[in-house]
Write a protein that binds this ligand. Sequence first.
Ligand SMILES: CC(C)(COP(=O)(O)OP(=O)(O)OC[C@H]1O[C@@H](n2cnc3c(N)ncnc32)[C@H](O)[C@@H]1OP(=O)(O)O)[C@@H](O)C(=O)NCCC(=O)NCCS
Length: 405
Amino acid sequence: MESKKEIVIVSAVRTPFSKFDTAMADIASIDLGVMVMKEVIERVGVRPEEVDDISYGSCVPAEVALELDVPARQASLLAGFPAENISLSLDRACCSSLTCVRLGVWAIKAGEAQIVMAAGAENMPRTPHLAPGLRKGQRLGHIRLVDPLFELGYTAKGFNPVAKDAGEVALEYGVDRQMQDAWALGSQEKYAKARQEGKFKIGEELMPVVIPQKKGDPVVIEEDESPRKTSMEALSKLKPVYGSPTVTAGNAPTMGAGASAILMMPADMAQKRGIKPLASIVTVVASATVPREIATIPAFTIQKALDRAGLTIDDMDLIEINEAFAAMPLVSTKILAKGDEKKWKELQNKTNVNGGAIAIGHPVGASAARITMTMAYELRRRGGGYGVAAICGGLAQGEAIIIKV
Ligand SMILES: CC(C)(COP(=O)(O)OP(=O)(O)OC[C@H]1O[C@@H](n2cnc3c(N)ncnc32)[C@H](O)[C@@H]1OP(=O)(O)O)[C@@H](O)C(=O)NCCC(=O)NCCS
């Protein structure tokens, strides 16, 4: 039977998210993971040996493979967690770091753990090209190189690029290119305003990435790198990518590097330790549907979470829907509005209020924890409330969390 124990997020932090061609692109995702894993416990005075369980998500295995493919174990040892610590590396595509939160919640509810960490890290620009077949030797002729980043590999086994499915389904829902570009512009503008207002600052959601240099001062990265000034005119000129009818470089996030971590424990333990929780976890659920419907899965996962919690979308003060593309928040809020145009607008107005992945970036394994903490910090700034965050992952998987601050 499910334990009714209240579980809280006591600490949440991420690195800035990088652009494609910057200093962070050379740092192994595991090392980015190490940074956030250390920081997330230090902020609340938890010692490494007190963490019972670490789940760690990453979903570009070719980059992880440069170091060996047990990133959770490597990162936890490198971050100073004891050899006895139990960890799990997992890949549920872009959902991964929220899947880690879900597993952590289960572990506490099952009585298997008290203090749990959910982490996610990715370095997409560092992904190497693959040379399949080379191990057998190349007697004669050209070597074939495969880019696992191109179309994120989905076409290799006959699936569509995500951008194609998302763009086509968006049009079927009446969400056209212009609406997607307008959402993208809004994402950039909301993020710029939020940053100007001092949100996304070091010590809250963000921690700096310090990169030592052979000579001279280290490079210090303290801000997300991909936000940009744009306009409807500039966005409308961009050509669609990956065979999508609507998705362009402007209404999609960049591929970058970054890591996030969330620390959870039972509420009574936080109280005993004198830690003021960031948020209480109401529920966290997963779902999936047919691959083509990826733009819709945040909506259905949110509905599942609401049903589980006995709440409605109107109870939510804030919504985060990851901007895998602009199509996702638009289609998903439309589904949640159940055909009511006014309500659709209202839901859009409380979704990604400080901008989303189109501005911030989307280092895939780190993003689900990122949307969760972005929402938690914003709810705290507003003095509390309920929020739901949802993300889609490759081939139409979904993950959603409801929190209360
Ligand atoms: C969309 C994508 C292919 C673009 O890659 P890219 O071509 O390397 O991107 P760039 O940043 O160079 O942008 C391409 C062009 O668009 C322009 N551009 C990008 N965003 C813009 C904006 N907001 N406004 C105006 N122009 C913009 C760039 O200036 C560039 O112009 P140029 O060719 O004249 O230099 C890549 O970022 C991508 O695949 N993103 C999606 C990642 C993804 O699938 N995530 C997971 C989802 S499940």
